[in-house]
Design a protein around this ligand. Structure first.
Ligand code: PRT
Ligand code: ZN
Length: 285
């Protein structure tokens, strides 16, 4: 029987969210800390646990069919892969930072200077595009200490909260990439494997859609119903139900999580009452 193989990060920042995604897709597996490989119990899927840096190569060589990695890793490794989905977790940015008290203000100020990074390929492409000539010093970890020990004038590293930069007396001057976790696939996947992958993509899309939306239920006095329906007309056909009290109507609609609080405030202002906001488990078109 054909089995789909997916690589996830063994441990680290993407591990938990990757497992959670498969779980939300209804895929069950036995997990134990030391395992390198695990078979799903209810889907033809084998899960390989690897270092994130190795995942792009494993996919290009088709040791596995799919993987979850940060866009930063995918771009740095320069492998031929197909991006199937943006997953919305593991968000961070790759930025150039300089010592807080230095005179460097812009990228141009770094011409002829030395930048330490674990992302030499992405950085080189960026600098070439901006026509800045700077020396790139590749180091594999603790990039943030490089300027402090005289190894470089600036760094190029991942940032999420900015705390690491702050603690190390660094200041961001330029973001060069915004990154999130991606589902990436082997370029030339063929049937019947492809149809298994499509089943998984379908589930992931349903989970993603559900995560991005909320189900809102509200009651409104009939005199305000039209306002509410006008406001919700951008959303896909709200459900309209009469209440026991004939002067009142219930309206149910799916609302984007991103605009949720703004939408609620507007709905309230338009006369909505008794609002309930519910999470959606899966959303299938
Ligand atoms: O062992 P393995 O090689 O698999 O893991 P790793 O140590 O290489 O990677 P890991 O687990 O640290 O990160 C995996 C992926 O998570 C990265 O490739 C990014 O796509 C994503 N990600 C999201 C981050 C961050 N946020 C992040 N903040 N990866 C690293 N960081 C580091 C950053 O390098 C810096 O040291 O966190 C520090 C900055 O964080 P703030 O919050 O202080 O700004
Ligand atoms: Zn890594």
């Amino acid at each position: 029987m054909e089995i789909l193989r997916i690589a996830l990060q063994k441990s680290g920042r993407l591990h938990e969210d990757s497992i959670k995604l498969l779980k939300d897709c209804g895929i069950e597996m036995n997990l134990s800390q030391r395992r390198l490989k695990s078979s799903a119990l209810n889907f033809p899927l084998e899960v390989f646990f690897l270092r994130d840096d190795d995942i792009p190569q494993y996919i290009e060589d088709n040791i596995v069919d799919l993987g979850i990695v940060g866009e930063n890793v995918m771009l740095e490794k320069e492998r031929k892969l197909k991006i199937e989905e943006k997953l919305g977790f593991g968000r961070c940015r790759l930025s150039i930072a300089v010592p807080k008290n230095s005179d460097y203000q812009t990228l141009e100020n770094l011409a002829g200077k030395c930048i330490a990074t674990s992302y030499p390929n992405i950085l080189k492409k960026f600098l070439d595009k901006q026509q800045i000539q700077a020396e790139i010093h590749t180091i594999s970890g603790s990039v943030e200490i490089a300027p402090g020990i005289g190894l470089s004038d600036a760094i190029c590293d991942l940032v999420s909260s900015g705390e690491t930069l702050f603690i190390n007396g660094l200041r961001e001057i330029q973001t060069i990439l915004k990154s999130q976790a991606l589902l990436v696939a082997y370029k030339s996947m063929k049937l019947p494997k492809k149809s298994l992958a499509d089943r998984l993509y379908f589930r992931i899309q349903a989970v993603k859609r559900a995560r991005n939306n909320k189900y809102v239920m509200l009651n409104v006095s009939n005199e305000y119903l039209e306002n509410i329906l006008n406001f919700l007309s951008g959303e896909k056909s709200p459900t309209v139900l009469p209440l026991a009290d004939r002067n009142w109507t219930a309206v149910h609609a799916v609302i984007k999580e991103k605009n949720l609080w703004d939408s609620i405030e507007i709905l309230k202002a338009y006369g909505a009452q008794d609002l309930l906001v519910l999470p959606i488990k899966k959303m299938i078109p």
